[in-house]
Structures are given as structure tokens and as C-alpha cells.
Design a protein around this ligand. Structure first.
Ligand code: ATP
Ligand code: MG
Length: 440
């Protein structure tokens, strides 16, 4: 047998072809992985998966031959196979079609697949490289790919240019406490927490810029919405104030939700988010000032006062019943980063807003107009304990043609967690990084 392929070389079809119109009676050449297998009395049933779907395959001993049949009887879940077979209508098969193999070849029979139901979460995270073959993960990452595509398409329509800022940096952009420090050839270095300062520099020659890069946060917070590495979409727009920026964020959220609902309805449904809920999302999103939010929370019994940060519980209380995201605007100066613009009407606050996802999922976007006054920036830097010398290059931006501008950062996995109703943010990324885990 050696050297004689059972399935001769040539172009292959995909599983979805078995479900096409006019497919019944056609001969297909398929390859993929075994989702399930069983055999009884000279007939084997396989469920074959490829990137387009899964289909039931039957193989009869007297058709495929004794040798191949014996090997089929011993395949493991996730074995890889190639076959030639004829599509038949069969109401008992999932999707109403099955493929009756005329030739079947095991590419790799495999060892017993170690993943099955009821295993502990820790074990499943250890075996993440195999667990990501599950239907839920496949669906999740297809929606994620579509979301990224929709975000890029939206930004393209809005004439915002994609930039590639560095991820290795010499000064922590958001303060040292939550930065991962690294040894950069004997000098201190940091993994980027945000690309914002670089995007601000790139704004001057380009006016409308964005970056889609990983951000790193060395925060030990074990919450269902924090990763230590996440994908950060950051946008910076020239000549824009907070109100216009929030319109932009709103438009973006609505349009990408519609696009994902349009393009991945099956995956959304599988993951427990009826696609029409995303299709029906519409602006305007309510805008609540921080002062109003505090009032509302006090009415609900939260011991909050001006200056209290809104944590998971507070954000949840504000949005639990909501179907639409909510902007909380004008936070106290002391709660927000040094580069945020002081409000003229209410100088104890900054021109900043967080977008909170509905149903209690919490913050998905942090936005603000940026401070243009160099003395204010210096004052704020000193107040936060940072060394202004380290920000000299950034301060230069305020010395040459400074203009009003604003920007925001969106956590892609945060947005996806809400869209897909995932309990934990780690389910929205293939290899999650959390305080307790950076392998596999
Ligand atoms: P939080 O208060 O929830 O920690 P943050 O105020 O630190 O958020 P920003 O610094 O404003 O967040 O970052 C912009 C966006 O990046 C956030 O709105 C969120 O969507 C996302 N983000 C921030 N930290 C994380 C994280 N640890 N994991 C995943 N996404 C994050
Ligand atoms: Mg944070």
C-alpha cells in the first residue's frame, strides 16, 4: 500500500459544498478533522469538520475496503482524514445531507483527544491550544475577525488613517504602577499601556489617525473584564471636541454592531446573542454627567460622593436594565489621566467620557478631549508624581501648532464580551493573559 494514495492528489471541495443546491448525487473530495466517530456492523459514521462546517460521513466496509475500514474504526476525535464521497439526502443526518465515502484515507489517526465536557476551567486553560477547536471558540473568533474588519471599514469611511505606533517604549504613558517594566539593554523599558501619546504626535501631519495594537496593563485585578494584554483600538481626531467625539464613538458602535449582526448571525445565535439585538441597536446613547451618575447611584443606596471612582458594581448598577450603551461624562480631574482637558463650565471636571456597555458589562471605551495648554499639562504631570523630563517629547507637541483635538481607546475584547454575552473576557481571546497565566 505504501506510496499509493487512497485519495489521489487534486483539488478539494469544502464541507459547505455538500449542502449547496444541486449537491445531492455529486461526488466531493473532502478533507478535515473528525468531530465524532462510531461504527457498528460494517458501517462507520464520522462527523467531518473543516473551516466551512461539518457534515456526516458514512463509510461502509464493503465499499472502502477492509484495510481502510479497520483504520477508520480506530480514529480518535480530531483525527485528520481525506475522502471521496457522494452527497446523499438523509433526513436523519444533521442538515439533511450525508456524504457516502467511496474512498477514505486517514492522514493522522491521533492520540485520544484530552478535551471533553465537565473538565475544570484550569485544565481547560492549560489545554487552551486544543480547546480553541471548540465550536464556541471557532464562532467567537470568527465574530472577532468580522468585528475587526467592520471597525477598519468604518474608520476608512471616516477618513481615519491606520498608524503603527511602537509597543516597546521608554516611558510609561499612564503612570508606572500598571506598566510592565522590561530590561531594555540595561535601560528601563515598558510595554505600551496605550498608543495615545504617539497617536497625538502622528495627528499633526495626518489629522485623523488610529492604531489597533496590543496594550499591556500590569494590574492584578482579577475581574471578568481585565486582561493583562488586550487589543486596543485607539483613535485621535484633530479639531474635535468631546461632544463630536462621542457622536463618532456612537456611530462606530452602532455601525459595527449592525455589520457583525449582518455577517455572523449564526455564530451570534450559537453564542447566545440573538443577532436582531445588535441589528436593532440605535443612537443616540444617553449621556449622563458624572455628577448625575453619582446622584442616581446614591438614590440606589451606593455610598458615593464627588471623587469616588465608579467600579464594577457602580457601572453595573447604571446599565443593568439598559439595552443601549450609556456615556458617563465629565469625571473629576483627579480620577483621570494627566492629558485630559479641563472643562470650562465645571473646572473640577475634565472633558472625558466612558462608554458603558448595556446589561452591566461595564466600560468599553474611554474618551477625552486633550489638554492643549503646556502649563496645565506640566502641573498635572507633577500632581500625578510623574517626571516631566520623561515627557519632553510629548510636551514638544504643545510647542508647535497645538490644536484642539480628542480621542478614545476601545478595548476590542470588552466590546466583544458584551456583544457575545461572555461571562469572562478571557473567552474573547484565544490565549488570554491574566495575572495568573501567560502560557500556553
Ligand atoms: P478600567 O477602569 O475598566 O480598568 P481603564 O479606565 O483603565 O479601564 P482606559 O485606560 O481608559 O481604561 O483604556 C481604554 C479602554 O481599554 C477601556 O475603556 C477598556 O475598553 C480597555 N481596557 C482597559 N484596561 C483593560 C484591560 N485590563 N483588559 C481589557 N481591556 C481593557
Ligand atoms: Mg484600568
Amino acid at each position: 500500500m505504501a506510496g499509493v494514495p487512497i485519495v489521489p492528489p487534486g483539488p478539494f471541495d469544502t464541507v459547505e459544498a455538500a449542502f449547496g443546491e444541486g449537491a445531492v448525487g455529486r461526488s466531493l473530495r473532502l478533507r478535515g478533522w473528525v468531530l465524532r466517530a462510531r461504527s457498528s456492523g460494517g458501517i462507520a459514521f464520522l462527523v467531518l469538520r473543516d473551516r466551512t462546517g461539518s457534515v456526516q460521513v458514512t463509510a461502509k466496509r464493503d465499499v472502502v475496503g477492509d484495510g481502510p475500514f479497520a483504520r477508520v474504526e480506530h480514529v480518535q476525535v480530531e483525527a485528520s482524514v481525506r475522502l471521496v464521497g457522494t452527497v446523499a439526502a438523509d433526513p436523519r443526518a444533521p442538515g439533511g445531507r450525508e456524504v457516502r465515502a467511496t474512498a477514505l484515507e486517514i492522514v493522522h489517526a491521533g492520540e485520544p483527544f484530552p478535551i471533553f465536557s465537565d473538565q475544570t476551567e484550569e485544565f481547560r486553560l492549560d489545554k487552551r491550544h486544543l480547546v480553541i477547536r471548540s465550536q464556541e471558540h471557532v464562532a467567537t473568533f470568527r465574530v472577532k475577525a468580522e468585528l475587526l474588519r467592520a471597525l477598519r471599514e468604518f474608520l476608512e469611511r471616516e477618513s481615519v488613517l491606520e498608524m503603527t505606533p511602537p509597543v516597546l517604549t521608554g516611558n510609561p504613558a499612564e503612570g508606572g504602577a500598571e506598566a510592565f517594566a522590561i530590561d531594555y539593554f540595561g535601560r528601563p523599558g515598558y510595554l505600551s499601556q496605550t498608543a495615545q501619546l504617539y497617536l497625538e504626535a502622528l495627528l499633526f501631519p495626518n489629522e485623523r489617525v488610529y492604531a489597533l495594537t496590543p496594550s499591556f496593563r500590569a494590574e492584578k485585578s482579577r475581574t471578568p473584564r481585565h486582561l493583562t494584554e488586550y487589543l486596543h483600538l485607539e483613535v485621535e481626531l484633530a479639531w474635535v471636541g468631546l461632544a463630536d467625539l462621542l457622536d463618532f464613538v456612537e456611530r462606530m458602535t452602532v455601525e459595527v454592531s449592525h455589520a457583525v449582526a449582518e455577517r455572523r448571525p449564526k455564530e451570534l445565535q450559537l453564542l447566545g446573542r440573538p443577532p436582531q439585538e445588535l441589528r436593532e441597536l440605535e443612537g443616540p446613547f444617553p449621556r449622563l454627567t458624572y455628577r448625575q451618575a453619582i446622584e442616581r447611584l446614591r438614590d440606589q443606596g451606593f455610598p458615593v460622593e464627588f471623587g469616588t471612582d465608579l467600579g464594577t458594581a457602580e457601572e453595573r448598577a447604571l446599565t443593568l436594565e439598559a439595552r443601549t450603551p450609556l456615556f458617563v461624562t465629565h469625571f473629576p480631574v483627579g480620577l483621570k489621566a494627566f492629558y485630559m482637558l479641563r472643562s470650562v463650565d465645571d473646572p473640577e471636571t475634565v472633558e472625558a467620557a466612558d462608554l458603558l456597555a448595556p446589561e452591566g458589562y461595564g466600560e468599553i471605551v474611554g474618551a477625552s478631549a486633550r489638554e492643549t495648554d503646556i502649563d496645565r499639562l506640566l502641573e498635572r504631570l507633577r500632581a500625578t508624581g510623574a517626571k516631566p523630563e520623561e515627557y519632553e517629547w510629548y510636551l514638544d507637541l504643545r510647542r508647535h501648532g497645538s490644536i484642539p483635538h480628542a480621542g478614545f481607546g476601545l478595548g476590542v475584547e470588552r466590546l466583544l464580551r458584551w456583544m457575545l454575552r461572555r461571562e469572562h473576557i478571557r473567552e474573547t481571546t484565544p490565549f488570554p493573559r491574566t495575572p495568573s497565566r501567560h502560557t500556553p
